[in-house]
Design a protein around this ligand. Sequence first.
Ligand code: PRP
Ligand code: URA
Length: 211
Amino acid sequence: MEDNVIILKHPLLTHKIAILRDKTTHPGEFRRIVKEVAVMEAYAALRDVPTIDVEIETPLEKTVQPMVKGNKLCFVPILRAGMGMVDGFTEVIPSARVGHIGLYRDEITHEPHEYYCKLPDHLEKMEVFLLDPMLATGGSAIDAVKMLKAHGAKKIRFVCIIAAPEGVKAFTEKYPDIPLYIGALDRQLNDAAYICPGLGDAGDRIFGTIK
Ligand code: PRP
Ligand code: URA
């Protein structure tokens, strides 16, 4: 496994991802847990963001402390399912910017198709966190990074909740320098390119659109 692949290990994380995997978890609870998982992943993925020294005054004296410049961070969910992770990240850093990339996966070919892109200006000066709960074939994440780079992004991290080995391989072969944060690495893809054991279709489970 590449150095840039960080598989997060914490009993609370595996516990909460197990709740997401459970097919009886209803959309309201599913959304709440996705947000909680995103908060935990945010702490890990933000651990090496740059800080600046800021002078503040405690009740006792002046002091200089390192602080994170939120407006230099940009969180970019891949629509739809990535939306579920944004609340967790913005809860930790409310002043961060948020961009949106809309991609859907063709049910037959499993190829991603772009339908929306709105990103903040000056992406080249920001630390960009691309968010999507699922890394399956890797096609969507790879295309989203291509879009971010086309808009000037230079420092990109990708954060997902569940990944398949096939997606990790495809992503790291294409972008060996982009850190990939994973909540759980699953066994494999099935014939329909769904992650097994997985959690099903993340977007449908977050938004309650299961047929
Ligand atoms: C899901 C998921 C990823 C993508 C992963 O989105 O949220 O974006 O599939 O698959 P890949 O790694 O094989 O590209 P989907 O296209 O189902 O859209 P949705 O979020 O609107 O449901
Ligand atoms: N997209 C999902 O939402 N789930 C999968 O298992 C694969 C792709």
